[in-house]
Design a protein around this ligand. Structure first.
Ligand SMILES: [Zn+2]
Length: 184
């Protein structure tokens, strides 16, 4: 199976920041581990970025940047597209994990369910469930596509997990298991 992993943000776009963390760094760290686990499981991987950079070009507008990510997945002929993000909210009490997919794609819904189940199966994370939204990267990718919000960078307890090496590995293994659950 061909898998495209998309670490959210990068380069000139740090994404959400909080509790001493930047979303782009957490997304990349976890994504690189997902790549390694899925490669070991026999999948063929492509990443939209493997370093801290803009995928389109530095300082590009949001549509150019997000389309560049979709192009990588679509040109690769990915069977699965997974975008990895951290959530953030003005109220620091908000916490937990959610996975978003584009309504009208039953395959994407399945993929989202497997990944969300594995993330919640880690225990200790509030299940915010599956959400449908026509996010750019889930809408403009040919493959079944999901965007997972691992936890809230704006919540102190969630951020302590996002910044923790052990938890980064757990997040990555859960996403990889979700993808292989879907493949099977
Ligand atoms: Zn994000």
């Amino acid at each position: 199976m061909k898998v495209c992993i998309d670490p959210g943000h990068g380069g000139s776009d740090p994404g959400a920041c909080g509790n001493g963390l930047q979303e782009k760094d957490i997304a990349l760290t976890v994504a690189l581990k997902v790549r390694d686990y899925l490669t070991a499981a026999g999948c063929t991987l492509i990443m939209t970025r493997e370093t801290d950079k803009d995928v389109g070009y530095s300082g590009d507008d949001a549509t150019t940047e997000l389309q560049a990510r979709c192009n990588i997945s679509n040109n690769f002929g990915a069977d699965v597209f997974v975008s990895i993000h951290c959530n953030s909210f003005s109220n620091s009490v908000a916490n937990g994990t959610e996975t978003i997919y584009c309504a009208g794609s039953p395959q994407s819904a399945k993929l989202a369910e497997f990944i969300q189940n594995q993330l919640i199966g880690l225990g200790d994370l509030v299940d915010r469930g599956l959400k449908t939204d026509s996010l750019y990267v889930t809408k403009h990718t040919d493959a079944p596509a999901v965007l997972t919000e691992l936890a809230f960078i704006s919540n102190q307890e969630n951020a302590s997990k996002l910044g923790d090496q052990h938890w980064q590995d757990e997040f990555a293994r859960a996403i990889a298991r979700g993808v292989t659950d879907y493949a099977n």
